[in-house]
Write a protein that binds this ligand. Structure first.
Ligand SMILES: C[S@@+](CC[C@H](N)C(=O)[O-])C[C@H]1O[C@@H](n2cnc3c(N)ncnc32)[C@H](O)[C@@H]1O
Length: 313
């Protein structure tokens, strides 16, 4: 390739896929931290100690739903990536007998989380750190957790692939990753997509978010080596659903990303949950119902079939 064609082939901003452009503009972790420092009181005032927009009126129903989806077992060690003030972490620990290492990028949230943990007398079970969830291995070490979960926090990432890699590194083989978040809606009628994308831009800017593309995230998870156990819409019962009035109240209170024109407004995101499994490198511990994925993992790690202990599978 000549130097001229090389320069011609350089991507211009207009050529770049929407995702790449979004990532370029995405807020840094330190900007996200400043945002939560500034608005912490307002978030607590409107949301309480669970800072999730897609929720039930009785928030314990949402957290119970998440417990069932994640599949906590007593004694598990979990990492709450983007923990807020540890409302979910303390609830999960009390209800399921797990320990949680929780990380937030906001020092103001960290202080409130510490207060929350000690008021509930959970210092032995829930620990909060100030840090960046893109660097879980350097905070906690490699292969520490049975579960890493992101509850409406993954979409703050400036680089979703990096956040996935970070979760992978921190998980023990056989551990689970769970993500609950909002994803870009794909329009049924083509004329709706520009309106959707306009609203997505406003949310991203106002909330220091980087709303993810579902297919890009699924590809990144699979390329990392995760086994997708399920990806589905969050199935809250209609009578329990809070109807997003809390997030509207927040917009009213702060003026952040207020909806300009309700009549032409198209709700720009879908809420999904994704659960993944990190395959076992040590095949004698492999789970039988992930047989095909374990076989592939064996090829990735250049293992021989004779090494398989079928008795333990
Ligand atoms: C919408 S709140 C959700 C809080 C919590 N998951 C809950 O359900 O209450 C998003 C959280 O993600 C955290 N966060 C965003 N980016 C982060 C990063 N790079 N590292 C650590 N935490 C981050 C914020 O500090 C905030 O606590």
């Amino acid at each position: 390739m000549s130097i001229f064609s090389f320069f011609k082939k350089q991507a211009t901003p207009a050529d770049e896929p929407a995702q790449a452009q979004q990532q370029k503009k995405a807020a840094s972790p330190s900007d996200v931290g400043k945002f939560y420092n500034q608005y912490n009181d307002k978030f607590l005032q409107v949301y309480g100690e669970v800072i999730q927009a897609y929720r039930t009126t009785d928030v314990s129903k949402l957290l119970d739903y998440e417990i069932a989806s994640i599949g906590f077992q007593p004694g598990m060690r979990a990492c709450d990536a983007g923990c807020g003030v540890c409302g979910p972490a303390t609830y999960f620990s009390q209800k399921c007998g797990i320990t949680v290492d929780a990380v937030t990028i906001s020092e103001v949230q960290k202080k409130d989380a510490e207060k929350n943990i000690s008021e509930k007398n959970l210092q032995q079970a829930v620990r909060v750190s100030l840090g960046d969830y893109h660097q879980l291995k350097s905070i906690y070490g490699a292969e520490q957790f049975d579960v890493v979960y992101f509850l409406e926090s993954f979409g703050h990432s400036y680089n979703h692939t990096l956040a996935i890699e970070s979760a992978w590194d921190a998980l023990k083989p056989g551990g689970f990753l769970y993500i609950k978040d909002l994803f870009r809606k794909l329009a049924v009628l083509p004329e709706h997509q520009p309106k959707i994308d306009y609203e997505i831009g406003r949310i991203n800017e106002a909330y220091r978010y980087n709303i993810a593309e579902m297919n890009v995230v699924l590809d990144a998870l699979r390329k990392q080596g995760f086994v997708i156990m399920f990806m589905k819409t969050i199935d809250l019962k209609l009578e329990d659903f809070e109807n997003l009035t809390i997030s509207n109240d927040f917009q009213e209170l702060t003026g952040i990303a207020k909806i300009e024109d309700w009549e032409n407004y198209i709700f720009p995101v879908d809420f999904f949950e994704i659960k993944c499994y990190k395959p076992q490198h040590e095949l004698q511990y492999g789970l039988s119902h992930y047989f095909l994925q374990n076989m592939y993992w064996m090829q990735v790690h250049k293992k021989q079939e004779e090494e398989l202990d079928y008795g333990k599978l």
